[in-house]
Design a protein. Structure first.
Lengths: 264, 274
């Protein structure tokens, strides 16, 4: 009686009709979606040699002809990155504290979450479009866009890290009769600091890359230089700019790994 | 003197954790609070320093009514109550010294504490306490580098540097080995005697409670079912607190160990049932 009992892992969706319905429905939808894509194969074929010519025109990269413009663009991008990261993180600390459920009363929590949701809804490039319309062309618009993007990113992650902290350590500091700010400084800050330093480095890296993107809509930085070189068909200069961006991003990546290990 | 009068705590879930607790702890008394998990021991001591808000009833510490204090007054009152935690609850990324000095946060302003510029008298006292528990050479180690017993001793220093009138001790030995448990309990008792402190010690190890306290209060489902001297613990009393079980062995063991304990700690540690 006890022998010969079979066992199968219980299915994730218990109802068999629903389970198969979802699977078959999903397959049908996917095949229809593929069908609607409507690829024009003759145009793809015609495009391939053009793509080859286009890519070949990037080589060899030309660092020299536009060296002055490229240097200006990179410097501008770098200081835009530094300023917007500092401003963005500075502003995201109060928002992040407000958005941590274990720290803030309900109205403050909802308000802060609202701020984060709004700043996360719009990608940097959309905010940059608005900022360019409001403040006209130039790096100031880019800094505004990147700072707002940083608030959404950093504030949300800060709030979540605070919500995940060890409540007992926090309770112990509170029990000594500390004030709220002392409690933040002694119980919360040490717990979230290493991760937040790592994320600051990561955000620096994102802001540098984004500074190239927002430049395309006229918000300053290396993106503007890149767009100009494209417009002039100087693809060898474009290649030089792209390589420099890659090198800088890799340098930030490498140093952030090192710093993160060091602050643990 | 700490006085609880009809202290009741009902959680939002509807669970009644404490029911009309009436309890008086005279100055200098070390009291053990025993009972099964969920009996309300933790809730009781957290109601005293209002980490948990009591639902009704009164709590007074040397004639200061604690339940009606404003936030600012509560901060001042918390300075008078040192708390020692299960699992130590040190801030792990701070140094030993910072953890000890955090016991002075109620006494110094924000910027002083932010720049770690505590008054010299606090620093002196911190070193004195660390020396007393044998950890003064560890002052600049990070808290997470210490062993369990060492961490708990730092936790004790943090509570004592508040210069409290009362110690609230929550399962101080829950994650320690038998020998370290005895050392920690002995240390707490000695320090209470040295400083004429009263203490409530939550503990579910009946042996330790009997060895190191002057009075035992048994809590079951939020009500006091025993209040008396350590040697009044009988199988009947234990059954009343914890439920039906063969308690004879537990009680006999206590007598053996009580004698051994006076001679040498480490010897009795070996006798601990695993």
């Amino acid at each position: 009686m006890a022998d010969n009992r079979t066992w199968k892992r219980p299915p994730f969706i218990k109802n068999p009709t629903l389970r198969w319905g979802i699977a078959i429905g999903g397959a049908i939808y996917l095949s229809i979606a593929m069908g609607t894509m409507d690829v024009n194969w003759s145009r793809v074929a015609a495009g391939l040699p053009r793509a080859e010519r286009f890519i070949m025109s990037f080589f060899p990269p030309d660092f020299v002809s536009r060296a002055g413009d490229i240097a200006d663009g990179i410097y501008e991008s770098l200081w835009m990155t530094v300023v917007s990261t500092v401003i963005g993180i500075g502003l995201s600390i109060p928002v992040g504290l407000g958005a941590a459920r274990n720290l803030s009363p309900r109205p403050v929590y909802l308000f802060s979450r609202g701020v984060l949701a709004i700043s996360r809804t719009f990608p940097e490039i959309i905010i940059a479009l608005f900022a360019v319309k409001i403040f006209s062309f130039g790096p100031f618009a880019g800094i505004i866009a990147l700072s707002i993007g940083t608030i959404g990113f950093y504030g949300k992650l800060l709030a979540e890290d605070i919500e995940d902290m060890d409540p007992v350590q926090a309770e112990a500091v509170k029990a000594t009769g500390s004030s709220w700010f002392q409690w933040l400084n002694y119980a919360v800050q040490p717990q979230v600091m290493p991760r937040m330093i790592g994320l600051a480095m990561y955000r620096f890296d994102i802001n540098f890359r984004e500074s190239a993107v927002v430049g395309i809509v006229g918000a300053g930085g290396i993106g503007a230089t890149l767009l100009t070189s494209f417009d002039r068909y100087e693809f060898d200069s474009s290649a030089a700019i792209l390589l420099i961006i890659i090198v800088i991003v890799m340098a930030v990546e490498y140093s952030s790994g090192f710093i993160r290990k060091w602050v643990q | 003197m700490l006085r609880l009068d009809k202290l009741t705590k009902q959680y939002k879930t509807g669970d009644l954790a404490l029911k009309d607790i009436v309890l008086e702890i005279p100055d200098g008394q070390v009291m053990a609070l025993i009972g099964p998990s969920g009996a309300g021991k933790s809730t009781l001591i957290r109601c005293v320093n209002r980490l948990v808000e009591p639902t009704s009833g009164k709590i007074s510490l040397n004639d200061l009514e604690l339940t009606t204090l404003s936030q600012g007054q509560l901060r001042k009152a918390r300075r008078r109550m040192g708390m020692i935690f299960q699992e130590y609850a040190l801030v792990e990324r701070l140094t030993v010294m910072e953890n000890v000095l955090s016991g002075r946060l109620g006494y110094v302003g924000f910027w002083r504490s932010y720049f770690r510029k505590f008054p010299q008298s606090d620093i002196d006292e911190a070193f004195r306490l660390l020396e007393r528990v044998g950890l003064d050479h560890m002052a600049n180690k990070r808290a997470d580098e210490l062993s369990g017993g060492q961490r708990q001793r730092v936790g004790i220093c943090r509570a004592l540097i508040q210069n409290p009138e009362l110690l609230l001790v929550d399962e101080p030995t829950a994650s320690l080995d038998p020998k370290t448990s005895r050392q920690i309990m002995r240390l707490i008792r000695e320090l209470c005697h040295e400083r004429k402190l009263s203490a409530i010690i939550n503990i579910h190890d009946v042996l330790l409670a009997q060895m190191f306290s002057e009075r035992i209060v048994g809590l079951q489902l939020g009500e006091i079912v025993y209040d008396g001297p350590p040697d009044g613990m009988s199988p009947d009393v234990l059954t009343q607190i914890y439920g039906e079980e063969d308690w004879e062995a537990t009680i006999e063991k206590v007598d053996d160990e009580d004698e051994a304990e006076n001679v040498d700690v480490s010897a009795s540690a070996d006798a601990e049932p695993s």
